[in-house]
Design a protein around this ligand. Structure first.
Ligand code: GCO
Length: 408
């Protein structure tokens, strides 16, 4: 059955500065990527050189028929030293926004996507409450300089990722040698080492939420009408019989606390990739027989519908799917993923949920953090030796959807 999306629905793709720009040498991640005992599969290096190639990249996204583009600013470029703002960097991002407008793409701009300036980590990073003010100062400055060109702001990408890392992925602790080396490289102690991803304590959570609230206020002071929200990573948290209590406890810690913190926002960015199952003893691995993605989690595109419904219930604000996608070498599986995912977004809209847009993760194959360049999430492939871009069939399919504003 054909479904027509609402008029003005935003169709786009998403990227993050550190994953695509290349040479973010002032950032904490750059330092961590280059340690002798690094946890990173490889350094980000030139990435896909989006810093210089954004004009062609944005033109390509427009050619595909999208009407918006979600990208992030690199705080370490904008404020390479505490309190010292680079007007040249701010001008660069202004030009990016201008390029979007020239091509009919609405810029959805994320102010923080995992990476931070090195100096912030030296000062205690995301476990230090003063970071909230520093982030708000930066957010105010950015908004003053380019707020007139921004359509929507996502303050912090995936506010809950540090908690998720601490309570699930890194629950057994981190490699001590890595932490020691990283702390030394960032001029702090292993006890106070708190880049965003590693700020997984309850204090880290409070700092991040406070940073969002203070940034929102700083942005609104500059431009009261600019829509502001945060984004959250949500898997569909399912309980097997007997697993309800374990699931509910985790769901509170990993999702609900943050959804409640977003209740006064203009919108919420929902980012979903898969589901997670809970049994009586807690978190379970993938179910036997279910196809896995390159990331090792289940191919479960219908998760997006479930998470949108949950977010609606708890946060109750307008929503955007700010990321959704799959790491796979088989583009046919990506296409199948998007087909099912968009059907489930359409079902939510039919049920009256207020969903304003859909952003595929990702526009391009890019630097997948600790896993390096191996996982490929892009709807556009990149040959990193020549930096040549090649549109994949899944991009053509999404392009059709975006241009007709409907799925069949
Ligand atoms: C995240 C980030 C992206 C990732 C994507 C694929 O969700 O972790 O926002 O930077 O690359 O999710 O794993």
């Amino acid at each position: 059955m054909t479904y027509h999306f609402p008029p003005n629905f935003l169709w786009g793709t998403a990227t993050a500065a550190h994953q695509v720009e290349g040479n973010n040498t002032h950032s904490d991640f750059w330092a961590m990527e280059h340690l002798p005992n690094t946890m990173f599969a490889e350094p980000s290096g030139d990435a896909i050189d989006h810093y210089h190639r954004y004009p062609e990249d944005i033109a390509l996204l427009a050619e595909l028929g999208f009407n918006s583009y979600r990208f992030s600013l690199e705080w370490a470029r904008v404020e390479p030293e505490d309190g010292r703002f680079s007007i040249a960097a701010l001008d660069h991002y202004r030009r990016m926004c201008e390029a979007c407008h020239a091509h009919g793409l609405k810029p959805i701009v994320t102010y923080h996507h995992f990476t931070s300036p090195r100096w912030l980590i030296t000062q205690g990073g995301w476990e230090n409450m003063e970071t909230a003010q520093k982030f708000a100062r930066y957010a105010g400055k950015v908004t003053q300089h380019l707020g007139d060109l921004i359509d929507t702001v996502c303050t912090i990408n995936e506010v809950n990722i540090p908690r998720m890392a601490a309570l699930i992925w890194m629950a057994d602790g981190l490699d001590g040698t890595f932490i020691q080396q990283a702390a030394a490289a960032l001029h702090t102690t292993p006890e106070q080492f708190a880049p965003f991803m590693f700020a997984g304590t309850a204090q880290g959570r409070d700092v991040i939420i406070e940073a969002h609230h203070q940034a929102r206020a700083a942005i609104k002071r500059e431009r009261p009408s600019l829509p502001v929200g945060l984004t959250i990573a949500m898997s569909d948290m399912q309980a097997l019989p007997g697993g309800e209590a374990a699931r509910d406890k985790m769901r509170w810690e990993l999702q609900d606390v943050f959804l409640e913190a977003a209740r006064k926002d203009d919108f919420l960015g929902v980012q979903t990739y898969s589901r997670e199952r809970y049994g009586a003893d807690g978190h379970l691995g993938p179910e036997e027989g279910v196809e896995l993605t390159q990331m090792g989690y289940e191919f479960w595109p219908q998760a997006i519908g479930a998470t949108l419904r949950r977010a609606h219930e708890v946060a109750g604000v307008p929503m955007m799917v700010t990321e959704n996608g799959i790491g796979t070498t088989e583009d046919g599986r990506r296409l199948a993923y998007y087909q099912t995912a968009l059907q489930s977004v359409a079902d939510c809209l039919r049920d009256g949920l207020d969903i304003r847009g859909y952003f595929a993760w990702s526009a391009f194959d890019n630097f997948e953090w600790m896993l390096g360049y191996r996982p490929t999430f892009g709807i556009i492939a990149v040959d990193r030796a020549s930096q040549q871009r090649t549109v994949k069939p899944s991009a053509r399919w999404l392009s059709q959807v975006a241009q007709t504003n409907q799925i069949g």
